[in-house]
Write a protein that binds this ligand. Structure first.
Ligand code: DGL
Length: 247
């Protein structure tokens, strides 16, 4: 089976990592729009336009499925992508909401959604969680985590001061935090340390991998997949990041 993984840049490697753990595909084509990242500060029309251009890029491969690793694209462009694609297009938001449902047992549980400004403004996580009956959902745009993680900083003073800045009004320890951005799983250890071990972290990559097995009935293969990396700028840098993040 051939799968495409699309992200605004290198961040989607966190999703690729989870997918690789499950070994579900023969061929993986990863494309990051590194020339135009970040998407999380752009408007809906631009996000849709760039996403449809990415879909055109994927046409050269015979895809059986396209996974949208980027939360921002999943929030805005899924409908348009699905209209144009002749294979299933999976986003990470539904998977993240399902994973949250599976992780929590009480609809009163406090959920904190962390994502880019665009994803938060779309209210996709918030509305879907509320539809599931969750009543305590708080959303926070924490866009500065993105460049910090891109810089390879996953803990220490800078991360701590960002946590203090963004989380100053969070008085209660959340039961779950949705890592609603490709970069945020790399801050998992720091977040666990800050909020405590009891807070469950919802990882988009793990959530989508679960859906692939559960809903799409994909089975673990014996052979490792062949991965090809593509980028709209500096594919060498993307491959370097892949070496670090996929370790
Ligand atoms: N990949 C984006 C996301 O998951 C984060 C980086 C960006 O803003 O493009 O929302």
């Amino acid at each position: 089976m051939n799968v495409g993984i699309f992200d605004s840049g290198a961040g989607g490697l966190s999703v690729l990592k989870s997918i690789l753990n499950e070994n579900l595909f023969e061929n993986i084509f990863y494309y990051g729009d590194t020339a135009r990242v970040p998407y999380g500060v752009k408007d809906k029309e631009t996000i849709i336009k760039f996403s449809l251009e990415a879909l055109d890029f994927f046409k050269q491969f015979k895809l059986d499925m396209l996974i949208i690793a980027c939360n921002t694209v999943s929030a805005y462009a899924l409908k348009e992508l699905r209209k144009k694609a002749d294979f299933p297009v999976l986003g990470v938001i539904d998977a993240g909401v399902n994973a949250t449902k599976n992780a929590l047992c009480n609809l009163n549980d406090e959920i904190l959604v962390l994502a880019t400004k665009a994803t938060i403004n779309s209210k996709q996580y918030e509305n879907r969680l509320k539809k599931e009956g969750f009543v305590n959902v708080k959303s926070l745009a924490t866009g500065l985590f993105v460049p910090v993680v891109e810089e390879g900083i996953f803990n220490g003073k800078i991360v701590q001061s960002l946590f203090e800045y963004y989380f100053k009004d969070i008085s209660k320890q959340p039961e779950a935090i949705i890592l609603g951005c490709t970069h945020f799983p790399l801050l998992s250890d720091a977040l666990k340390e800050y909020f405590g071990k009891n807070t469950k972290l919802i990882h988009s990559g793990d959530a989508i991998s679960y859906e692939l097995k559960d809903k799409f009935k994909l089975k673990r293969l014996n052979k490792k997949p062949k991965i090809e990396f593509y980028a709209s700028s500096d594919v060498k840098a993307l491959k370097e990041t892949a070496k670090l993040w996929l370790k």
